[in-house]
Design a protein around this ligand. Structure first.
Ligand code: XMP
Length: 510
């Protein structure tokens, strides 16, 4: 175990993630965690993260000097590095110029941290304060043009300070530095794998749940699926999963979810599928305003779930598939600052009678959730599923929703996905789907006039879904999709490809 002590930096989970990439288990704790508690966990190493404060100011996060005297290797990053120097008798001051971005760093490769690292290497810097004088017993092991102490160490005490951010990918050899620390300096074996995460989570869930009852709202998305399987492996029939089919899912999706989680699937849990299609269509009938549609779908979803929950009665735990990016965006990420609030977190369903929330994926990034999913034996089509919005096809049908329009968009979308997969592009495009415009136009088919709908195809590449660009799908693939949709999907006589970026467009149509 390596402990990451959180001092409020933006990259704390990245530190944890890089450590896990070295196959070393690690956990993040607040800097307010007691020294005794840390000792009791018997970590092989401790990493202090960055943070937004100045360590010489009276109210800034700090830690007692004893932390550095236990014989456990400590690596301080950015604020953590400054704090280590400050607490041990070095000097930290405000620099004249802020160092920010990719910076050339000159390293002393005789240092165990820089073992195998180039003498001149690009690192990510982000700091105002700098270490102007190292603490007694330390030697300087790296510098930049502007920063005299880019790294320092006291090798005999196993204390290491790095001013830049090795956890950020822009630090080209950062992973090497972190692996030097956890494997060579701390002596971790590097044998932790995703299967250990699965095993440990199952053990922890069992301990927490005991003989209690657990309720999970299953959407069929990656996060809730992985959370549900984890829970089912841990507590089996004590878990009930409620899956609301609102009739706005992709083609066959409801049946696919049922095949995995239902009684015929491999898991031993109580699975309740609520076929609420008609209820949603009735409520949505004639409604065209996008926000109103979203609200109706959201509220109806809660009503349906609430009714099911009432039938089940009081439960002890409610499972949520919250993953780390949700936590950060909501400003619940430990000591770090609020960025924006997210709809999945914070708004806990107070209409369900439960005692406690379980969030088994709270520390993982999306790709790690997928790895855990594969480890748990969840089918690849679920594990690598694209993001799909809660309101589903409801926001991919422009204007009012009818069962007929849902059928059209489901069929068109299924053809599109099939052809993209056949062309080998499925995993290289961020998100892609068909939508139904509310435009009808004149065409000719056979010798007859048609007056039918236009389908829009959308495909975007994006890193964070905040900005996106239209993906370049080969014209031949698009033509094939167009021709199949027009021939196979009744009610469509035109196909458009949406080239709009985000901004100004959004990814979804409503
Ligand atoms: P937009 O359309 O805002 O979409 O560019 C950005 C990403 O968010 C997804 N999305 C949603 N996801 N509930 C969700 O869970 C929603 O109401 C919702 N609206 C959009 C969208 O699919 C895209 O990945």
């Amino acid at each position: 175990l390596v402990i990451v002590l959180d001092f409020g930096g933006q990259y704390n989970q990245l530190v944890a993630r890089r450590v896990r990439e070295c196959n070393v288990y690690c956990e993040i704790y607040s800097y307010k965690t007691d020294l005794e508690k840390i000792k009791a966990m018997n970590p092989k190493g401790i990493i202090l993260t960055g943070g937004p404060n100045s360590c010489y100011e009276p109210d800034s996060p700090t830690y007692s000097a004893e932390l550095f005297k236990m014989g456990i290797p400590v690596l301080g990053l950015c604020y953590g590095a400054q704090l280590m120097q400050h607490v041990l008798g070095g000097r930290v001051e405000r620099a004249k110029v802020r160092e920010y971005g990719k910076t050339e760093v000159f390293t002393d490769t005789s240092s165990p941290i820089f073992n195998g690292v180039s003498e001149k290497t690009i690192c990510w810097m982000s700091h105002f304060d700098y270490i102007s004088e190292v603490a007694p017993g330390f030697r300087i092991t790296a510098h930049t043009a502007d920063c005299p102490v880019a790294a320092a160490e006291n090798e005999s005490e196993k204390l290491y300070a790095i001013q830049f951010h090795p956890e950020v990918l822009h630090t080209q050899e950062g992973t090497k530095m972190l692996s030097n620390f956890v494997l060579n300096i701390c002596g971790c074996s590097g044998s932790w794998r995703m299967d250990s995460f699965v095993e440990e989570s199952i053990k922890a869930i069992r301990e927490k749940v005991g003989s209690g009852r657990v309720l999970c709202a299953l959407s069929g998305g990656v996060d809730s699926s992985v959370a549900a399987v984890l829970l089912s492996k841990a507590v089996g029939e004590q878990l009930t999963c409620v899956f609301v089919d609102h009739g706005l899912l992709r083609k066959n999706e409801g049946d696919e979810v049922e095949a995995v989680f239902g009684p015929k699937g491999p898991y031993n849990l109580n699975f309740i599928r609520v076929n609420a299609q008609q209820r949603f269509y009735d409520k949505l009938s004639g409604v065209t305003e996008p926000e109103k549609k979203r609200k109706i779908i959201g509220e109806e979803f809660i009503r349906v779930f609430e009714e099911e929950a009432k039938k089940i009665g009081a439960v002890d735990f409610l499972v949520q598939g919250t993953i780390y990016p949700d936590v950060v965006e909501s400003g619940l990420g430990g000591e770090s600052a609020v960025i924006k609030s997210h709809h999945n977190v914070g708004g806990l369903p107070d209409y369900v009678d439960f005692k406690e929330i379980i969030e088994p994926l709270r520390d993982l990034f999306k790709d790690e959730v997928r790895k855990a999913g594969l480890e748990l034996g969840i089918p690849e089509n679920l594990v690598f599923r694209q993001p799909f919005p809660g309101p589903g096809l409801g926001i991919r049908i422009i204007g009012d929703i009818t069962a007929e329009k849902v059928r059209i968009v489901q069929d068109a979308d299924a053809i599109y996905r099939e052809e993209v997969a056949k062309a080998g592009l499925a995993r290289s495009i961020g998100q892609y789907f068909a939508a139904l415009t509310n435009m009808r136009s004149v065409g000719v088919m056979g010798d007859e006039r048609t007056y039918d709908y236009a389908v829009a195809l959308r495909a975007v590449n994006t890193i964070d879904f905040m900005t996106a660009e239209a993906a370049e799908i080969p014209f031949s693939v698009l033509q094939k999709v167009m021709s199949r949709i027009i021939n196979e999907v009744k009610g469509v006589n035109r196909v458009f490809y949406d080239l709009t970026s985000k901004p100004p467009g959004t990814i979804e149509f409503e």
